[in-house]
Design a protein around this ligand. Structure first.
Ligand SMILES: Cc1ncc(COP(=O)(O)O)c(C=O)c1O
Length: 426
């Protein structure tokens, strides 16, 4: 199959291809064998690996600048503060934020989305953004991290939760959003890329529509941020969340970015040091953003690593990365669809960098286990998107997801191993 690949998929191809093998050398973890086979790591939608450049940036911080930030007058503390704020600036530029935006470091997408959902009701019935009788509209493609916090927000505030259900192919439609937007719609939350199917909803149009209707708009960019997506300043997006570990950065890092005015509406949830302006025994006044939402000592080495990951992605080029990933996905969709009994979800999602499939009666865990015996790492299950798979009438799936270090040979191995597994287990 490799000889039929488009030019841009060939390693070191002339004309703007991604130097895959050169980049791969940045990831020593990929050079190991699993059960005697070279590791083919195809679980990147769950977690990508970290290049040496990111590891070295974090190590440099730990070895030279490590100290607590913001509160110190000594040199190390000042250097650590400078590192942290430089990381913030790098990431703001990476996501295309402008002067009206602010960026808050979090432990990941889950924390960021909880900060938004809880922050909009926690101020109480008289002051909170969300109140009884309001409406929260959430897309039906979401990871549990962008659904469960909204279920709770609806319960706590008395707002109504409306799910924007996808069609039978898993697509969201703008006209369906139009039909549920009312004067009382205060929040609209949607993903920029569904992790269970690879679907890319028309989120630009949807965010614009919801915002024009007066809602605060929330974008889960966990599966999109390392890719060629519009800059924050181009989107009608009040809040955007993503995780470091899905974009070649460290685990336990992430971002909540958004319009400063929207972030100011959030009741801070992490109360304590560094997020206050003044404190008496009886009360406290909040600091300005971003400190207000960053109570306690942050993961400074993590922020440094996350910024290095952004620079790594910029170095490779988001457009070149996406061409490579879309090509791998196209190859996987073609090969897997040709296997008797295998059905690929959202085959139309050509912008995806993952492929999710079911295989009749053969359980995904059996497929995943057999693939592991051949050194191929995929994810099986509901991918934390159980309501979506239920809605589509599906159970668990097998998901292969690609990163810039994956090769067409690995996709060939995936296709051959799935064909074998289906034959063995059927
Ligand atoms: C679309 C999406 N949103 C949210 C999350 C949660 O991310 P984290 O576990 O890093 O908080 C994931 C993780 O798979 C995801 O794919």
């Amino acid at each position: 199959m490799g000889d039929k690949l488009p030019e841009y998929l060939l390693p070191d191809a002339a004309g703007g291809g991604l130097p895959v093998h050169e980049l791969r050398a940045q990831f020593p973890v990929l050079q190991q064998k699993i059960h005697g086979h070279p590791l083919a790591y195809l679980d990147n939608a769950a977690t990508t690996h970290m290049p040496l450049a990111v590891q070295q940036a974090m190590q440099r911080f730990e070895q030279h600048d490590r100290a607590n930030i913001h509160r110190g007058v000594h040199s190390l503390s000042q250097r650590a503060t400078d590192d942290f704020e430089a990381a913030r600036a790098t990431l703001k530029s990476f996501i295309g934020a402008d002067a009206g935006h602010e960026l808050v470091f979090t432990s990941g997408t889950t924390e960021a989305l909880n900060m938004v959902a809880q922050g909009l009701w926690a101020a109480g019935p008289s002051k909170a953004w969300l109140r009884e009788g309001d409406r929260i509209v959430v897309s039906g493609l979401e990871h549990h991290a962008n659904l469960v916090p909204w279920q709770q927000a609806a319960r706590m505030s008395g707002a109504e939760l409306v799910i924007l259900r996808p069609d039978a192919q898993g697509r969201l439609h703008v006209r369906d959003l139009q039909a549920v937007l009312t004067r009382r719609t205060r929040v609209f939350a949607v993903t920029a890329g569904a992790n269970a199917t690879g679907e890319r909803p028309p989120y630009e149009e949807m965010l614009a529509l919801a915002r024009a209707a007066g809602a605060l708009t929330v974008l889960d960019a966990a599966q999109a941020v390392g890719h060629d997506m519009p800059g924050l300043a181009q989107l009608d997006c009040d809040f955007m969340a993503f995780s470091g570990h899905k974009m070649y950065g460290p685990m336990g890092t992430g971002v909540l970015a958004g319009r400063r005015a929207a972030l100011e509406l959030l009741y801070p949830l992490r109360l304590g040091g560094d997020m206050v302006d003044w404190v008496s025994y009886e009360a406290a006044g909040w600091a300005q953003l971003p400190a207000r939402l960053e109570g306690g000592t942050p993961n400074v080495a993590g922020a440094v690593g996350l910024a290095a990951a952004a620079q790594f992605i910029n170095g490779a080029g988001k457009a070149a990365i996406d061409r490579h990933l879309h090509g791998l996905r196209a190859q996987a969709v073609a090969g897997l669809s040709a296997i008797n009994g295998v059905t690929v979800l959202a085959p139309h999602a050509t912008q995806a960098s993952l492929v999710s499939f079911v295989s009749g009666d053969v359980h995904p865990h059996d497929i995943g286990t057999l693939l592991d015996e051949r050194g191929i790492a995929v994810r099986t299950g509901h991918h934390c998107a159980q309501p979506l798979l239920d809605h589509l009438g599906l159970g668990p799936t097998t998901r292969a997801s690609f990163a810039l270090y994956n090769t067409s040979e690995e996709v060939d191995r995936l296709i051959a191993a799935v064909a074998h597994a289906v034959k063995v287990f059927r």
